[in-house]
Design a protein around this ligand. Structure first.
Ligand code: BGC
Length: 764
């Protein structure tokens, strides 16, 4: 404890005695915290208060120079509440020291970072993680991320990103959990728990930030930052659940999104931030904007910086990331009466409360330990977990003639632009990655086979023939362009291919083909890679296609021509070894898609939980005039939500309901027997869907309402049970009341959203 925190403790204790000091507080339920914060607020100048609302970028920090940096001067002047994306415990310590020792009140800083899917030990991208449907492992990944980040001085992560996405053109599909709100909500809870642990009791439990509130994943045309406009029914039933789950799990902070909601930018949308998030959902954390989201409201056409800053504060936003709108203009707005001190105090209070809950007033250096930075980061145990979890995320889409798993023998050619790149293994938003330490796929394959087989390599092609597009898709030090001619690269690859027994084609996207501002209008395999694949197939050698991607891509041609296809997403720091584990059958693949894989661009958005329409097409016909369909494409995606193969086969039988009637306060049990009928021990993800046949509003054809990941040895069976409670039957009706309406429902179970067995039941 330093001198200032001792003074704080003493004054807080005194303030507790004088209850009058709390009179402006609505009361958090924690009297000690209220007293402490009231006391501190009482001592703050307006400038210091606005300083707490300020989260500037931290570009100019060099170790040992924090004091002299621009940001250091602002921190010393009490003009900064937190900083983000500084990697390095020494730099963080320096800056915290300035805050605690040089600023008048010594209020510690928050240190945030985009720890999205791991720190130095990088886990698969969130979309991939969701394909494991393994909330225990996902929680574990967040726990390890928190341990490593906190060992490096970070106490706040800008994660989980829980935006539902049905449009794979959007590059940030990679950062979320796919298209389903039920699964998304389960993952949101798991991640908040993983990061925050036991409410920051220990110095490796950090604050989560649920983002981007709200609806950021539904931009028009899939173009990042674009307009979002949807009905409130759709918001509440199909998009809000994961945010709500994050709020209920006690996430310490939320981030506003860039887009408009009902025409008002989220950052200034009082209905969204205050009426829904705080009042309806009872959430009591603090709200930070996304990067410059306040100043971006000028371009949205909401006014000048002073006007938009006032709008944001009044809507319920507490902290301004980078825009310098709160710090720069709220004093003037206060003077002119556009905002009042109560609104400023409310925002400051929430930020001070967050710092209090994190324990930073007791020990500003709680998260800053040079020792832990040496022992807790990128450890063998963490890497082992990352490798295990990555194996659960790959989705086997096709496996003709059981080509996979490969045997460790003969000559194995690994060919493609993703085969030999270290920097692209972790995937987008891996801010703290140390990719020089990670293996390339070729290295992973070589290590797996040892001297049992010969592994050869050729790049075969660039990512795309279009150098400008490739530059856009390989930013942040992930340059991978080869200056040889297309013909020369192809010739080399064919040589390598012809002398092999089997070809592993490592194709698809680079890390930055997805992620922020990486929206695409064409999701097919880029031109040169397609040519390479055709050439490899023409050799007559068996080809296994590993598709690297940060989103659902279109593989209609590939699904017709390539015997084995596995989607490996971006598997993180241990991706290479994990891929080898699955390719050679040490682990059987078990991932299942959490985003429908479209057949063509025109189908987008295509998602499983759609409405029936008044003119549904019969399932088994491709086209029916005057029915809801296309004349040139089936409605169904190429690979549906929930789909994924294994090396073994599973048989579903004996689906039963414990009753076919249910009362409003009762529940029924759905059971199904699952048998591993193949030769491999493997995991299966058993899925429960429900349809509300008749409602006061139209209801989707099915909605995921349960899932279980089970392990079965070859030949083994298990009975899987789901409790169908009234809660699972509820939805938001036209009045936005959360109701379960009596009537008939269908329960469906199966291995994916298309292949299900159904039984009806009635809610009395
Ligand atoms: C992104 C956020 C991120 C923030 C801070 C923004 O551009 O939209 O997701 O947390 O930057 O790096």
């Amino acid at each position: 404890m330093n001198l200032k925190s001792i003074i704080y403790s003493a004054t807080a204790a005194l303030a507790m005695l004088g209850a009058a000091a709390c009179s402006d507080s609505k009361g958090s339920g924690n009297a000690e915290m209220d007293a402490f914060v009231n006391d501190l607020l009482g001592k703050m100048t307006l400038e210091e208060k606005l300083g707490q609302l300020n989260l500037p970028a931290s570009d100019d920090i060099v170790t040992g120079q924090a004091k002299k940096s621009n940001i250091g001067a602002a921190v010393a002047a009490g003009q900064v509440g937190g900083v983000f994306n500084i990697k390095g415990v020494e730099k963080i310590r320096d800056l915290q020291k300035v805050a605690v020792e040089e600023s008048r009140l010594g209020i510690p800083l928050l240190f945030g970072m985009d720890v999205i899917h791991g720190y130095e030990t990088v886990f698969p991208i969130p979309l991939a993680l969701s394909c494991s449907w393994d909330t225990t492992s996902i929680e574990r990944s967040a726990r390890i991320a928190a341990i490593e980040a906190s060992a490096s001085g970070i106490c706040w992560t800008f994660s989980p990103m829980v935006d539902i996405c049905r449009d794979p053109r959007w590059g940030r599909a990679s950062e979320g959990s796919g298209e389903d709100p039920f699964l998304g909500a389960s993952i949101a809870r798991a991640m908040v728990k993983g990061y925050q642990g036991n409410n920051y009791e220990k110095n490796d439990e950090i604050m989560a930030c649920v983002k981007h509130f709200a609806l950021y994943g539904a931009p028009d045309g899939g173009r990042d930052y674009n307009t979002v406009d949807m009905s409130r029914q759709r918001m509440f039933n199909e998009y809000f659940e994961p945010y709500k789950a994050g709020a209920e799990a006690g996430a310490g902070s939320f981030m506003t999104s860039f887009n408009t909601v009902d025409g008002i930018p989220a950052t200034a949308n009082r209905w969204l931030l205050t009426d829904v998030l705080r009042d309806q959902w009872g959430w009591d954390g603090f709200l930070v904007t996304d990067y410059t989201a306040i100043s971006e409201m000028i371009d949205h056409g909401m006014g000048d910086l002073q006007q938009v800053s006032a709008l944001a504060l009044k809507a319920g936003t507490d902290m301004d990331m980078v825009a310098n709108g709160f710090n720069g203009t709220l004093a003037k707005s206060l003077e002119e009466g556009a905002v009042d001190m109560g609104q400023i105090d409310a925002a400051v209070r929430r930020i001070l409360e967050a710092k209090y809950k994190l324990g930073l007033f007791k020990d500003p250096y709680k998260y800053i330990s040079a020792d832990r930075a040496k022992t807790d980061v990128y450890t063998p145990e963490n890497r082992k977990e990352a490798r295990r979890i990555a194996t659960e995320t790959f989705v086997l889409l096709k496996n003709e003639g059981s080509l996979l798993p490969l045997q460790k023998k003969g000559r194995i050619a690994v060919i493609g632009p993703l085969a030999n790149t270290r920097a692209n293994m972790p995937g987008t938003w891996s801010v703290a990655a140390a990719s020089e330490k990670y293996k390339t796929l070729v290295e992973g394959i070589k290590d797996a086979v040892g001297d049992k087989a010969t592994v050869t390599y050729a790049k075969g092609s660039n990512l795309t023939a279009d150098a400008e597009l490739e530059a856009n898709a390989t930013m942040f030090g992930r340059e991978m362009r080869d200056n040889r001619s297309e013909a020369a690269m192809l010739a080399e690859a064919l040589n390598v291919a012809r002398s092999s027994d089997v070809i592993i084609a490592a194709l698809g996207e680079s890390s930055e083909f997805s992620g922020e501002c990486s929206s695409r209008t064409d999701l097919t395999l880029p031109d040169t890679q397609k040519k390479l694949l055709e050439a490899l197939l023409s050799t007559g050698k068996p080809v296994v296609m590993l598709n690297f991607s940060g989103r659902a891509t279109i593989m209609t041609w590939e699904s017709e021509h390539v015997p084995a296809i596995m989607n490996v997403w971006f598997g993180g720091s241990e991706a290479a070894d994990a891929i080898a584990d699955v390719v050679f059958g040490d682990v059987a693949p078990s991932g299942k898609l959490t985003c429908s894989m479209p057949r063509n661009m025109g189908q987008i958005p295509v998602y499983y939980n759609h409405f029936n329409t008044g003119r549904p097409k019969a399932q088994d016909v491709k086209f029916e005039k005057f029915r809801s369909c296309y004349i040139d494409s089936p409605n169904a995606p190429l690979y549906p939500f929930g789909y994924g193969l294994s090396y073994t086969t599973f048989e579903y039988s004996d689906f039963a309901l414990s009753a076919n009637e249910m009362t409003a306060d009762g529940s029924i049990k759905a059971t199904v027997k699952v048998t591993n009928t193949g030769k491999y021990d493997a995991d299966e993800i058993v899925q429960l869907y429900i349809r509300d046949l008749v409602g006061s509003s139209a209801r989707p054809v099915k909605e995921l309402k349960g899932f279980k990941r089970i392990s079965l040895k070859a030949g083994e069976s298990a009975v899987v049970e789901f409790d169908i409670t009234v809660d699972l039957l509820k939805y938001y009706n036209f009045e936005l009341e959360h109701v379960a309406e009596p009537g008939e429902f269908v329960a469906m179970v199966g291995p994916n959203s298309e292949n299900v067995s159904s039984l009806n039941f009635t809610l009395k």
